[in-house]
Design a protein around this ligand. Structure first.
Ligand code: FNR
Length: 184
């Protein structure tokens, strides 16, 4: 079976991002049935319907990448108990114009990390809610990771704690299984 293409969306573009480290860990621990493609969102403008006649090239690049993928994997921080605006704008562009929603029929996995104890749990509830109106099937499991020690995940995505590594691997395998089943 050919590998399933998965768009990886990361909700933080700052240097040293904890979620960037987690995204690298996800890709490193994923089964080889998945082929991740990083999808850039930090250069996408705020949604503006006036631009629909001539969409910015960054937006078209993004929506083409999502359209070509079988599934999407979000790794994002939580901002004030919700998702970062950058993530929401990208989702909104992909949902329009009417009848051309690029999200419909995709599967989604989601993970996030923060130094806080309930790291990204509430933000993920918001993301799940947004995706549910766009026809996305989200993995029926939660995966939020407290970045409890500075070396939990290295810059290149190596996870130092066995339990965290096992947890990430199990979640990504579940996402792969869901995506494979929906594709068949
Ligand atoms: C945060 N942070 C945060 N953390 C959390 O667990 N719940 C929250 O609601 C928020 N809210 C929030 C708002 C804003 C505007 C910022 C900048 C930060 C802290 C956040 O989790 C922390 O800065 C992470 O390190 C951000 O992720 P990256 O950039 O390291 O991937």
């Amino acid at each position: 079976m050919s590998r399933m293409k998965i768009a990886m969306v990361v909700g933080s573009s700052r240097t040293g991002s904890l979620n960037e480290k987690l995204a690298r860990a996800v890709a490193a621990l994923a089964p080889d049935t998945l082929e991740f493609e990083r999808v850039r969102i930090d250069d996408i403008p705020h949604y503006n319907g006036e631009l629909e006649g001539a969409r910015p090239a960054e937006v078209t690049r993004f929506t083409d990448q999502i359209r070509a993928a079988q599934g999407v994997f979000f790794v994002t921080p939580e901002y004030n108990r919700s998702i970062p605006g950058m993530v929401k704008d990208a989702i909104d562009w992909g949902s329009k114009p009417m009848g051309q929603n690029v999200w419909a029929g995709k599967t989604a996995g989601m993970m996030g990390t923060s130094p806080g104890g309930i790291g990204t749990a509430v933000g993920q509830q918001h993301l799940r809610q947004v995706l549910s109106v766009l026809g996305v099937t989200v993995v029926p499991a939660e995966a939020y990771i407290a970045f409890s020690q500075p070396d939990l995940i290295s810059d290149s995505g190596e996870v130092s704690a066995d339990a965290t590594r096992t947890f990430i691997r199990a979640y990504v395998e579940r996402f792969a299984d869901l995506t494979r089943r929906l594709a068949s």
